[in-house]
Design a protein around this ligand. Structure first.
Ligand code: IFM
Length: 408
């Protein structure tokens, strides 16, 4: 029997799970739902041998109606916190017209979470936009900042008292890269000028949103999440590879955060990726000894590296997302344990890491990849919406209960 070691986490460490509104709620009408149904997209998917219906979010996990059941699942995991999102297009389906019934819906959800003694991490923007704003150019239009700020003000006023941690923007760099450079996500552009405009507007939206929330709640904890990637030179002695890795780290992980001029109270890191950088195209060559259902290399040490990298910002850090697509659930438990081992190491070396959130509670709608990737601790039958715990859910629940992880 290999020797087991128990790694204890600091008292008060926050254990949680993350979700986003669009990926689980169902019934949303926004830029994504519009794009998913385009004829050209369906044709492309069919030509690739895929079923277009599997790439339409539709009812998602029906969490809009089943939020109480979902909160029970979070509690069954012994989590002390739940990260969930608000869907802007529900709140403001027409420009300037608030749908107060939907505000009320979210109030019920947040009240139920509070009644369950859960700390709430609330995401205000997780990539989707109301159609009226999409028609005006989305984040590339400078007016988007003013519109977003109005929405933040409404949510802060109506729902702010329930929120423990605010995530104003989720992974802005992913929206910028996939929405404006590769064209893989709405608004499906390949336009560097628009990407730059959207970049600036997103930073302004964060800064103004930060001010508004703090004006209402002086002690609020307001931050954002960044999809952090650990870039390492394939050969340390190769100056070219070293330089590209440095530059990639600056552009992808650091620059947006630096633009926020210290106006954030914590940083949320979402960690999934590691890239071994080579100096020739396509500039990365991973070993891929073990990969997830998305084909992403499993590289637990990387979480330690990205946490170390963000230590320079001198703010509390939270792993707001970490997880994998694993339909058979034969890698998930080990994946979580291995990543936590490195989170623990970062804490041991003085990193102010205050929480870990697994992505995701449920098998949800994985954006352009549709329903095939299974990220959930709970599987979801997308016809009956029945949730079933995967074996790894038990492992994570033990970790959360003990505030500790057992490693080899
Ligand atoms: O599903 C996404 C989530 O919406 C944002 N972070 C990465 C996850 C996995 O791709």
């Amino acid at each position: 029997m290999p020797k087991q070691k128990i790694l204890k986490f600091p008292a008060g460490f926050l254990w949680g799970v993350s979700t986003s509104a669009y990926q689980i709620e169902g019934g949303n009408v926004n830029d994504w739902s519009q794009w998913e149904k385009l004829e050209a997209r369906s044709k492309k998917l069919s030509a690739e041998g895929k079923k277009p219906a599997d790439y339409i979010c539709g009812s998602a996990c029906d969490s809009y109606n089943r939020y109480e059941e979902d909160l029970d699942l979070v509690k069954n995991l012994n989590c002390g916190a739940y990260r969930l999102g608000i869907e802007w297009s529900r709140i403001e389906p027409e420009q300037g017209q608030w749908n107060l019934k939907e505000v009320e819906h979210y109030r019920q959800v947040l009240q139920a979470a509070k009644a369950g003694n859960l700390k709430i991490v609330l995401t205000l923007w997780h990539w989707t936009l109301p159609l009226w704003l999409t028609a005006q150019g989305g984040w590339a239009n400078k007016k988007a900042v003013e519109y977003f700020v109005r929405y933040v003000e409404l949510i802060a006023g109506e729902l702010g008292s329930y929120v423990d941690y605010w995530v104003i923007l989720n992974e802005p760099m992913v929206h910028l890269a996939n929405g404006y450079l590769t064209g893989k996500f709405p608004p499906n552009k390949k336009n560097i000028f628009q990407a730059c405009k959207a970049y600036n507007n997103l930073t302004k939206a964060h800064l103004m949103g930060y001010g508004i929330i703090h004006k209402k709640f002086r002690l609020a904890k307001v931050g954002l999440t960044m999809l952090t990637n650990y870039f390492e030179p394939a050969r340390r002695w190769c100056a070219g590879e070293w330089l590209i890795a440095k530059l990639a780290n600056h552009c992808w992980n650091d620059r947006f955060v630096k633009k926020l001029k210290n106006k954030f109270d914590f940083l949320g890191l979402d960690y999934y990726f590691h890239d071994r950088i080579v100096w020739y195209p396509p500039f990365k060559k991973n070993l891929n000894a073990s990969v997830t259902g998305m084909g992403w290399e499993i590289f637990p040490q990387g979480i330690y590296k990205v946490l170390k990298n963000y230590k320079k910002f001198n703010k509390p850090l939270f792993v707001m997302e970490n997880g994998l697509a694993d339909a058979k659930d034969n890698k998930r438990a080990k994946f979580i344990i291995e990543h936590l081992k490195y989170v623990h190491q970062a804490i041991g070396e003085g990193g102010d890491v205050q929480g870990y959130f697994y992505w995701s509670l449920l098998d949800n709608f994985e954006w352009a990849d549709g329903f095939a990737p299974k990220f959930g601790l709970y599987s979801v039958d997308h016809k009956t919406f029945k949730r079933s715990a995967r074996p790894s859910a038990k492992v994570y629940a033990e970790i959360c209960k003990n505030n500790a992880v057992e490693v080899d």
